[in-house]
Design a protein around this ligand. Structure first.
Ligand code: NAG
Length: 291
């Protein structure tokens, strides 16, 4: 039983591969040129690989092409490609309808066909192509050449050629830098902004700052440390503000400020309370003196 089924399998595979590997069998290829009044100008019975060379047609003639496909399968496509033998190499594809009997045919009336046949007198190569999915090898037959006479008047106008070429490279244009204000003017305004500080320092120097608290602090190291921490935390807060102004974003700034303000709060409380006690001591001492 196993032997039998494997035999069947081999047979099926063999028939399949033969169906796929088969090539097209096309016979009975007729090519003729007929004048408008019905007179036959040329009639060729073609057989691969024979090619016609001296075929000529007027712009009012009719070209007839017929063939017969002998395969069981029907082709998906059967056509003749006309390619102009000049610098343009225009291609015109004319498809043939293939009947279930296998017979295929088409006619070209050059007066009404593709305008590419009517630019002027041109020679075309003819290639017969047959193809389909069931047969692996397509059929290709170079049938030869035909010269088609251009119209004596009003030749068709060739559309301008579309050139697919690289365009010039595009260079990005950055916007020019904004013009800055004159250095002298901006310097003047910087001085104006700084002027109040000069006034402030001048007035402070008039006040007569006492350094006694500093001396008193130096005698108590804990207070000195607290004072240093307080002032450096204030300086750090200023620095954070500066950073926020220049490059740091809001949320990191809020974190830094949260920590620094706690430090400033704790150290500031101790510093300010010691200052307060010293002031109270001083006022008590002076009031005793007054008494
Ligand atoms: C080709 O022409 C011959 C006669 O010259 C004719 O018998 C034959 O049927 C034609 N073939 C086709 C496919 O029309």
């Amino acid at each position: 039983m196993a032997k039998f089924s494997s035999l069947v399998l081999v047979a099926v595979l063999a028939s399949l591969s033969s169906a796929i590997a088969a090539s097209w069998n096309v016979n009975d290829i007729n090519l003729s040129v007929t004048a408008k009044n019905g007179a036959k100008k040329a009639d060729h019975k073609l057989e691969y690989p024979y090619a016609v060379e001296d075929l000529k047609a007027d712009n009012s003639d009719i070209l007839k092409f017929s063939f017969k496909v002998e395969n069981k399968e029907r082709p998906h496509q059967a056509m003749v490609v006309f390619q102009s033998q000049d610098e343009f190499q225009d291609e015109i594809m004319v498809a043939a309808a293939v009947k279930p009997s296998g017979k295929g045919r088409f006619e070209i009336n050059f007066a009404k066909a593709d305008p590419k046949f009517r630019y002027n007198t041109r020679k075309f190569s003819m290639t017969f192509l047959v193809g389909g999915s069931k047969v692996e090898e397509p059929f290709k037959y170079a049938l030869g050449h035909i010269e088609v006479q251009g119209p004596s008047a009003n030749p068709a106008v060739r559309p301008s050629r579309v050139a697919y070429e690289a365009l010039d490279e595009i260079h990005h244009q950055f916007r020019a830098d904004q013009k800055l204000i004159n250095r002298a003017v901006s310097g003047l305004f910087s001085l104006l902004v700084l002027a109040p500080f000069a006034a402030l320092f001048l007035l402070w120097s008039q006040l007569g700052i006492k350094f006694e608290p500093l001396k008193a602090m130096a005698q108590r190291p804990l207070e000195l440390v607290a004072g240093l921490v307080f002032f450096s935390s204030l300086a750090a807060i200023e620095f954070v503000f500066y950073s926020y102004w220049t490059h740091v974003t809001l949320f990191p700034v809020l974190q830094y400020l949260g920590v620094l303000s706690l430090v400033a709060l704790v150290s500031g409380r101790s510093v300010l309370s010691s200052v307060q006690t010293r002031r109270l001591q001083r006022t008590q001492a002076s009031s005793k003196k007054d008494l």
